[in-house]
Design a protein around this ligand. Sequence first.
Ligand SMILES: NC(=O)c1ccc[n+]([C@@H]2O[C@H](COP(=O)([O-])OP(=O)(O)OC[C@H]3O[C@@H](n4cnc5c(N)ncnc54)[C@H](O)[C@@H]3O)[C@@H](O)[C@H]2O)c1
Length: 325
Amino acid sequence: MYQTRKIGVVGQGHVGAHVANSLLMQGIADELYLCDINEAKVTSEVQDLRDSLSFVPYNTKIVNCYDHYEELACCDVIVNAAGKVALAAGNRDGELFFTTDAARSFAKRIVDAGFDGIFVSISNPCDVVCTELWHLTGYDPKKIIGSGCGLDSARLRTEISKKVGVSPKSVDAYMIGEHGFSQLAAFKAATIAGKSLNELQAENPDKYAFDHMEVEELARKGGYVTYQGKQCTEYAVANSAARVCAAVLHNEHAVLSASTLMTGQYGEEGIFTSLPCVIGAEGVEEVYTLDLSEHELEGLHKSCQHIRDNIAQLDWWDAEAYDAK
Ligand SMILES: NC(=O)c1ccc[n+]([C@@H]2O[C@H](COP(=O)([O-])OP(=O)(O)OC[C@H]3O[C@@H](n4cnc5c(N)ncnc54)[C@H](O)[C@@H]3O)[C@@H](O)[C@H]2O)c1
């Protein structure tokens, strides 16, 4: 029997609206359910997307849900892009109180309405909001996927590509840890054609030797290069979220960098952060650990601590924990 693929998007700002457009352009969903607390904004976005229907590859039903979050319970995937990006002008942590309050306003409502699909959460600080979605609702953590360092890993691949002259798609390298300034490049485990960057550098230094710290910093700060001229980032993050949605809806078992619950990896647990994950219809199916240098491991622990320090600032955290009873 024919089954429709339904995706909800909460937040119709720069990111959420571009996620919806990217999904529409690629024909990833049959039905899009769009929410925003700003009724005029969501109404405009729905109209604009519907006006595209004569030009995109597949017909797509587009539903204006305004702030009726329960209408998203029927979705296979819900993307969270609710936020206020102006608060993240100098640091993503600036949105901590806003985005966690936003998620508090809808997460339980959606789960209580019977949602059984996959959350893809983009809002910053991404790892805190993902941990919150799990903490507030008791939802299966495998079904909560943070966009996390997906975009940062793409930036890292592009920067390595610029240095060594190989397509970013042929570079296997990850930014890991917090989607924020404490993230780090896992260079020891980075490969091209199955060979580590160190091995390639020893074989052909003219082509493969480059300053790892410089490239890591370019990947870490790339978002703020984009932010500087237009006070947001939108295209790449939307495409990376659409990529995760496609991996879920096509049950791809694709290896993508995503923020996921730590369950003992490198001794870390109880928070979401980014490592390479296998993503399919059930969400995160497997989490890979990478062979890290001592310096990288130390950086990862610091990054996890930063996420914990942010969570510790939320005075409602313990009182609002999910209670299975
Ligand atoms: N993880 C990443 O890689 C990444 C990249 C870029 C942006 N972001 C984050 O994505 C989020 C959205 O960014 P943006 O540029 O679209 O921000 P924006 O300020 O342009 O738009 C946010 C939208 O969310 C809506 N909103 C706020 N609270 C809501 C609620 N409770 N329910 C429904 N809608 C609500 C607002 O009305 C607004 O339309 C931010 O938190 C931003 O930091 C993450």
